[in-house]
Design a protein around this ligand. Structure first.
Ligand SMILES: Nc1nc2c(ncn2[C@@H]2O[C@H](COP(=O)(O)OP(=O)(O)OP(=O)(O)O)[C@@H](O)[C@H]2O)c(=O)[nH]1
Ligand SMILES: [Mg+2]
Length: 208
């Protein structure tokens, strides 16, 4: 019997013979930042999506600046699953991006161990409601900057400052379309949530 150590470098501190631990994770952030894309990129099952077409009715309501090709939007949630290894399964819940669907967040957040707040540096303020929500709820979260091509790259420290984050909140760069990048983001969140739970926030992350 050895302590669980995942293929992705997450020391789970669990018995290898035990049933897999299932963790619920939220993927949040502003409108059109890439939440559905991330869940779809990383899910090993056909993700459950609740996309509806953007219509003329949403012009002036849903700001598609930066994602002009966007044709659909999430109206309830995204759902996906990823098995990190035999002892850890993540259930992913992508939130809807528009404020008018904020009422579903409390239901989605129930039982979650933490959240990824996706950010687009062209529209950084759009992730404030997510940051506020998780700070108020006391749910561990990380900020993952979805690096759309052609956008200026910022240092994590700059993003942390701009969002006025607690220094213990990790900020990482990602590409929501790439499975490996999305996976690394999930691992960073799991590690952060575990450290927060164990009261070890001062220790550096050990994502490998
Ligand atoms: N170039 C580029 N496009 C991306 C990236 N991530 C997402 N997209 C595109 O950006 C658009 C928005 O992606 P979605 O995944 O629907 O965003 P969302 O956050 O789920 O949107 P809502 O649910 O409407 O809030 C889509 O057209 C994606 O193809 C990225 O990293 N780079
Ligand atoms: Mg979506």
């Amino acid at each position: 019997m050895v302590s669980g150590h995942s293929d992705f470098g997450v020391d789970l501190g669990v018995d290898d013979d035990a049933l897999p631990t299932a963790l619920k994770i939220l993927v949040a952030g502003g409108f059109g930042v890439g939440k559905t894309t991330l869940v779809g990129a990383v899910s090993e099952i056909q993700p459950l999506l609740t996309e509806e077409y953007l219509t003329d009715e949403s012009v002036g309501v849903d700001d598609t600046a930066g994602v002009e090709m966007k044709a659909t939007t999430t109206v309830a949630m995204d759902f996906g699953r990823i098995t990190l290894n035999h002892d850890l399964v993540l259930y992913l819940f992508g939130t809807p991006g528009q404020d008018r669907f904020l009422f579903v967040w409390d239901e989605l957040a129930l039982g979650a161990i933490g959240a990824i707040v996706l950010a687009d540096t062209r529209r950084l303020a759009d992730c404030f409601p997510s940051v506020d929500y998780f700070e108020r709820r006391g749910l561990p979260f990380i900020v993952a900057v979805n690096c759309f091509e052609g956008t200026r790259l910022f240092e994590p420290a700059e993003v942390q400052l701009a969002l006025n984050l607690d220094p213990g909140v990790p900020v990482i760069m990602c590409d929501a379309r790439r499975r490996d990048s999305a996976k690394e983001t999930l691992i960073a969140l799991v590690e952060h949530a575990m450290k927060t739970a164990w009261g070890q926030q001062d220790e550096p992350a050990t994502v490998s």
